[in-house]
Design a protein. Structure first.
Length: 118
């Protein structure tokens, strides 16, 4: 089983490989028992959002990590990939703005994915 840091790095890299937009990681473990981290990214279309989710799932599966739950894949406006301690939200850009997860979890610690995970 991969450690959380490796899962974070792999998921973020998979999103970036498929041109995910505005990728952010937020540490929320001090705020809730739901998860330790949220990764939030945007896609530009249903096809793009599905390809982002598919790539994350594929790259993590290569490391032996499988999601415990997936929501929203059929409609693909907001796909949630639940990896227990890490939950990945992939939104259509309009829906991301509407739901505002970053605002809801603003007390979490944003992880600088360029410096902390490199």
């Amino acid at each position: 089983m991969e450690d959380k840091r490796s899962i974070l790095e792999t998921a973020i890299s998979a999103l970036d490989d498929k041109k995910g937009r505005n990728i952010r990681a937020i540490e929320i473990k001090e705020l809730t028992t739901v998860a330790d981290y949220f990764i939030i990214a945007s896609g530009t279309s249903v096809t793009h959002i599905k390809s982002l989710a598919d790539n994350v799932e594929e790259k993590l599966a290569e490391k032996g990590v499988k999601p415990i739950h997936i929501e929203g894949y059929n409609s693909a406006r907001w796909i949630l990939l639940d990896y227990n301690d890490i939950v990945i939200h992939i939104f259509h850009e309009d829906d991301r703005e509407y739901y505002g997860l970053e605002r809801l979890w603003q007390d979490g610690r944003e992880i600088n994915i360029r410096t902390e995970l490199s």
